[in-house]
Design a protein around this ligand. Sequence first.
Ligand code: ATP
Length: 234
Amino acid sequence: MALLQTQNLIAHYGDFQALFGVDVHLEEGETVAIIGANGAGKTTLMRSISGVLNNQAEAITFDTDKIGSTHAADVLKKGIAMVPEGRKLFPSLSVEENLLIGAYGRKGNGPWTLETIYRMFPVLQERRNNPGTALSGGQQQMVAIGRALMSNPRVLLCDEISLGLAPVIIKDIYAALPKIKETGTSIIVVEQDIGQALKVADRVYCMMEGRITLEGSPSDLSRDAIHNAYFGAS
Ligand code: ATP
């Protein structure tokens, strides 16, 4: 059985329907990428899984629990942490305080502590007393990833962690994902940057207009198939 799965997941914003029966799954230890253009529904899917948006209870299963209508704080305690789009650091808090806030949902011991996060992102240790907002975009993204890891999650959801960053910084940020995977954490990355997503993912889903349009391993998917699933067949 998959560690996490959605079944016929539907989401609305008022009268507007954003997801139309989405089925995705994540195996233990796997890294899955969800790609798709602006407005495809990727963030809505992440917000549904993390409990920020509540859906039908039965539509999301984590381990053996139905979590579709579970609130975000409880989803975090169960072991799913999100790196939100736009990083959303606490501006008045230092780097270290931002990281420590992430330990709130923590259950028992796990690989992630201030020490192991500073080892992965040494620049954060140098800047640990600076306010989060005094950092560059890439450093802020490192804090957002570190903050999510501080709960020692079984699943890490990363929503567009490359957004607005220079290519060389994106490379640095993406270099962290295999290290996170090595600790046994399962990962979902949501991306518009297809190249980055394909490099780290074991499996890829493409979304368009609230539906999954393609699924496969990066080596099995042709450029044309991805193009059609991403933009629609021309
Ligand atoms: P992006 O790359 O822009 O984050 P996305 O694939 O993550 O795109 P979503 O943000 O999930 O897409 O948006 C899916 C659809 O839902 C879009 O049509 C969007 O306009 C709509 N939508 C998203 N958030 C809201 C909201 N709070 N209220 C109303 N509609 C929304």
